[in-house]
Design a protein around this ligand. Structure first.
Ligand SMILES: [Fe+2]
Length: 511
């Protein structure tokens, strides 16, 4: 007996290759439509209507100049080029100018427009949350600790939360809109919208929808952001019987939103109201402890960085140009934005094409526009984490990018000998771990292969070494971004990604 599982790539990519599918290509999804804003507006609580009224409407109309709610947009959604307008249409002055790694001087101006505490969670949208969350749980060693689905009274979406340390990954998929409509207000993520979900999943496949940060006051963060030019995606909405949490969203890049969450009593919050905790059947822990950074790919860096800096007040934490990090064949420009305490790190990349397409452009083509390229997941013992992950890779876990050449490890001792033991350097070679350092500390990192059907999203596994300091309460913590972002390893990583892309191209040509 054989069972076949299929999904679609973007029509743009498919039409480029020009080879028909071996299966008939009946539409997998319904007609895609516009952004979240219109349906969100219709479902808004009355207090939002009273409080924001015309101002929200005005912003909604402003956002309409990018893509009107309810407007059929499958053609736009399928065309990476046209999606560039997501970050360029709003009048944001392109004040950002890259200096490059050599000239960049790190400086923290403490310029946040509102108080941002930390990463809270990252939400993936997928076509089936049960299966995807279980695969990621097993592959990453992160137990499923909470749910909001049909068994908890949520008839709008199925959502499952994976947690390890402070790292929270949420996987969501929709039920049917007709069933949901029978019980209004049953959703635990108030911004969840059927048309937006359908369009997102059909356009991007398995991908990150939201990067959520915990802020002191989500309503103030939203209002301040919109006042500074942010495109609103969902207004501040209280959650729970006594409004114990507030959630709001603004557009980040492409179809990815920056989600603001605040709690009345943060120390008592488990996750979000509406979620029920689950006692994991099997204890899983491969060592992940935190989200280190979340990386986005966009067609044009200047407008995207200027937009995010303008509405958040975040500062430039690091930057790299293609001269710093590119391989001979392609490259990228990159800037890293950070909040005041430098725990929320948001690198953004743009492609620089060389003798072949930049792998950032490959991402944009296959993702049909901007999106989150990778999440860097922090561990305190990268060797243990990788040992556990590799044991599962043939049984539903994750594959890894090809390791760097052996010459990389012959040159490691002079660079890492004062940080790593000989045994650890041997383990670096065994697991294909890359090493880099800056003037403050060091880092160990490696990368999975793309985790889904498309050559788009992947994970970075990272351990930072050094930079320990104390806060005002005397508590020891590690400064964000310690050891940099692997600038010295970018060329090895991108050569590796290019080899992967060449392999795919060879197979397409052969077929
Ligand atoms: Fe990274």
């Amino acid at each position: 007996m054989s069972i076949l599982f299929s999904t679609s790539h973007t029509s743009l990519i498919s039409s480029k290759v020009g080879t028909p599918s071996r299966l008939s290509s009946a539409s997998k999804w319904g007609v895609s439509s516009g952004r979240i804003t219109e349906s969100s507006w219709r479902r808004r609580p009355h207090w939002i209507s009273r409080k924001y009224g015309a101002a929200w409407r005005r912003n909604l109309v402003a956002a309409c100049s990018i893509k009107c709610p309810g407007e059929a947009s499958s053609r736009v959604a399928e065309t990476g080029k046209e999606r560039e307008s997501d970050t360029t249409h709003v009048e944001i002055p392109n004040v950002f100018k890259l200096m490059g790694y050599g000239k960049f001087v790190r400086h923290n101006p403490l310029s946040d427009h509102f108080s941002v505490r930390r990463f809270h969670h990252v939400e993936f949208w997928c076509s089936d949350a049960t299966n995807v969350s279980r695969r990621f749980s097993f592959g990453l060693g992160m137990p499923i600790v909470a749910k909001s689905d049909i068994s908890t009274g949520n008839l709008t979406h199925a959502s499952y939360l994976l947690r390890s340390g402070t790292l929270n990954l949420l996987f969501s998929a929709s039920y049917t809109s007709s069933i949901s409509a029978s019980t209004p207000g049953n959703s635990s993520i108030p911004s969840f919208s059927f048309p937006t979900f359908r369009r997102f999943a059909a356009t991007h496949g398995l991908a990150v929808r939201a990067i959520a940060v915990e802020v002191e006051d989500a309503e103030a963060a939203f209002e301040t952001s919109v006042a500074h030019g942010a495109r609103p995606s969902h207004p501040p909405t209280p959650l729970g019987d006594d409004g114990e949490a507030v959630v709001a969203e603004v557009s980040l890049y492409g179809d990815v939103v920056l989600r603001y969450i605040s709690f009345k009593r943060p120390e008592h919050s488990f996750f979000l109201p509406g979620f029920e905790s689950i006692d994991p059947e099997v204890p899983l822990d491969y060592g992940f402890r935190r989200l280190d950074h979340a990386v986005g790919n966009v067609p044009e860096l200047g407008p995207a960085v200027a937009y995010v800096k303008r509405f958040t007040g975040f500062h430039n934490f690091a930057e790299f140009t293609t001269e710093d990090v590119g391989s001979d064949e392609s490259g990228l420009n990159s800037a890293v934005l950070a909040n005041n305490n430098e725990t929320v790190l948001l690198p953004i990349n743009e492609p620089v094409n060389g003798t072949r397409l930049s792998n950032i452009q490959t991402f944009l083509d296959h993702n049909a526009g901007p999106g989150v390229q990778h999440l860097a997941m922090g561990t305190n013992d990268i060797f243990r984490t990788l040992r556990e992950m590799r044991e599962r890779r043939g049984f539903g876990g994750f594959e890894f990018m090809p390791p760097p050449p052996v010459t990389y490890y012959r040159n490691l001792a002079p660079r890492a000998g004062d940080v790593l033991t000989e045994e650890q350097m041997r383990e670096c070679e065994e697991f294909g771990i890359l090493f880099d350092r800056d003037e403050q500390g060091a880092l160990l990192q490696t990368f999975t292969a793309p985790v889904g059907d498309r050559p788009t999203f992947f994970f970075e596994i990272i351990q930072r070494v050094g930079c320990m300091t104390k806060d005002e309460h005397g508590k020891t913590f590690q400064k964000g971004g310690c050891g940099g972002f692997g600038k010295g390893n970018f060329s090895e990583l991108y050569k590796s990604i290019e080899e992967y892309a060449k392999m795919l191209e060879a197979k397409i040509a052969f077929n």
